[in-house]
Ligand binder design. Structure first.
Ligand code: HEC
Ligand code: HEC
Length: 435
């Protein structure tokens, strides 16, 4: 309120000055006492009216562009102004009074609307849940791009990754090499062929030679393109694209995590957004939101469907993979390190795309390597550098640009610290520390 007054005065001072001068002029310039008193009185009222007019206007602006709920105050001020003006212009005073009364009514109404509910019920909860079901296809596709890549337009950015984590494994651009998982360009078209692949066993899940024949008992197989995509997310091992199975599983088990399960845990709405993007970005007409959700309901039983989160992750695409409050094993799982690395002592960490992370043994050897051009001086520094800038030194026999370069942004300092603590204790041939 105080700064509001200042703004008003700041804007109003020339008028004020003028009115004060006028006051002086009347005081000294009009000889008859009766006339003098009336002129001074009117000017005085004029000054007050001018101040109020400016406060009202300044406040009005704030009301529409800011958070302030002082609209009724503005309106009451305008009412008072109208009545004051009536004193000046006696020939239109009735009109001004009616106008003033209307502003008073408006003040009452907006006061009721603005203040009462808040006073009684507190502030309304901030809008956090995204209403996927109320979005247009374009909006859904934008949300999908955010989930996959971390932001709108990020699909063009090398290394961009969102909470869906798909780019850890999948290429998305036409013609891009994608060794760990099929390139998802053209997936709507390709899904038709997958359904006809004899290894898919459309309609006959019992004939499948995979570790999971069906998403759940009675779910059956996909019949449509969208169902194929939904099943790929909900039950990756139900059908494994040839050559992409878990090493040694003979394509009976997929490396892809179930996307609706932790740590990724996409809701059906989020999955619908992801899928919509897959169609829209190729210029294809996506199925409706309801059709997509129905396809997921076929493969994800009610009890397994993640609930929409109440709390919003910090900033669109800024969501951390791990905030550091988790036990270290969970951090490795959430950041998908386990997919590419073998990490002794961490359940499920049996990946072979990157080196085994016995860093108490490895790091000193890397630092001694004449080819090492990084800036690390200690084991801890080497691990930190390897995680946030994987290309600073590329371990011989392993590919460059394969380890994602996002961990500097996607892991909290606390999470990174736990990773470094743990890895720096791992020694080749020794038992891992207890966790
Ligand atoms: C850890 C690696 C990994 C992650 C993360 C991952 N996938 Fe996959 N995905 C795979 C692999 C490997 C396959 C092929 C084996 C199979 O059929 O399950 C696959 C298969 C698929 C298929 C079927 C492809 C085809 O050509 O038939 C789709 C669709 C798919 N993934 C979508 C996604 C989406 C969308 C995400 C992110 C929400 C994602 N995946 C995350 C590894 C991954
Ligand atoms: C998509 C696969 C992939 C993922 C996911 C991945 N890495 Fe890597 N990582 C690699 C590859 C490949 C190398 C070897 C090439 C290089 O040095 O950049 C590597 C190298 C490393 C090294 C250096 C190892 C050494 O002995 O010198 C460390 C440390 C490391 N990764 C830690 C991590 C951690 C921690 C995570 C999870 C936060 C992670 N990586 C996630 C693929 C991956």
């Amino acid at each position: 309120m105080a700064d509001l007054l200042l703004t008003a005065l700041g804007m109003g001072w020339p008028v004020l000055l003028f009115l004060v001068c006028l006051l002086g002029y009347f005081w000294f310039g009009i000889p008859e006492p009766e006339k003098k008193r009336r002129a001074v009185f009117k000017t005085f009222i004029g000054i007050i009216a001018a101040v109020m007019a400016f406060i009202a206007i300044a406040n009005y602006k704030v009301n529409f562009f800011g958070e302030s709920r002082l609209l009724p105050v503005s309106l009451v001020m305008i009412t008072a102004l109208a009545f004051m003006m009536g004193l000046y212009f006696s020939n239109v005073s009735a009109l001004l009074k009616i106008g003033g009364f209307m502003f008073l009514v408006a003040a009452g109404l907006s006061g009721y609307g603005n203040w009462l509910p808040q006073v009684e019920g507190g502030f309304p909860p901030p809008e956090v849940k995204l209403q996927f079901d109320a979005m247009t296809k374009e909006q859904l596709a934008d949300e999908g791009e955010k989930i996959i890549f971390g932001g709108i337009g990020q699909s063009k950015v090398q290394g961009a990754i969102g909470k869906g984590q798909c780019p850890l494994c999948h290429g998305f651009n036409e013609g891009f090499l994608s060794e760990r998982a099929p390139n998802l360009f053209g997936i709507p078209e390709r899904s038709k062929q997958r359904l006809e692949d004899p290894r898919y066993h459309k309609g006959k899940p019992g004939d499948r030679d995979t570790v999971e024949k069906e998403s759940f008992a009675g779910a059956g197989t996909a019949q449509t393109v969208q169902e194929y995509i939904s099943e790929s997310h909900a039950c990756p091992s139900c059908y494994v694209v040839e050559g992409f199975g878990l090493k040694g599983s003979n394509d009976k088990e997929s490396q892809m995590p179930k996307i609706h399960k932790p740590p990724i845990s996409l809701t059906l709405g989020e999955l619908a957004a992801v899928d919509t993007w897959l169609y829209v970005r190729e210029g294809k007409e996506p199925p409706s939101y309801d059709e997509i959700v129905k396809a997921y309901e076929k493969f994800i039983p009610e009890a397994e469907r993640p609930k929409p989160q109440e709390d919003k992750p910090a900033g669109a695409g800024g969501a951390l993979m791990a905030d550091g409050s988790e036990p270290v094993a969970e951090i490795f799982a959430k950041a998908q390190c386990v997919t590419c690395h073998t990490i002794p002592g961490i359940p499920g960490a049996a990946g072979t795309i990157g080196p085994k992370l016995v860093e108490k043994t490895n790091a000193p050897a890397r630092l001694r390597d004449p080819a090492y051009k990084g800036t690390a001086k200690s084991v801890r520094e080497y691990i930190t550098e390897s995680v946030i800038a994987p290309s600073a030194f590329v371990v011989k026999g392993f590919p460059d640009n394969t380890m994602p370069k996002v961990f500097g942004q996607k892991l909290s300092a606390g999470a990174l610290n736990k990773i470094v603590d743990y890895l720096s204790q791992l020694e080749e041939g020794k038992a891992p520390p207890k966790i």
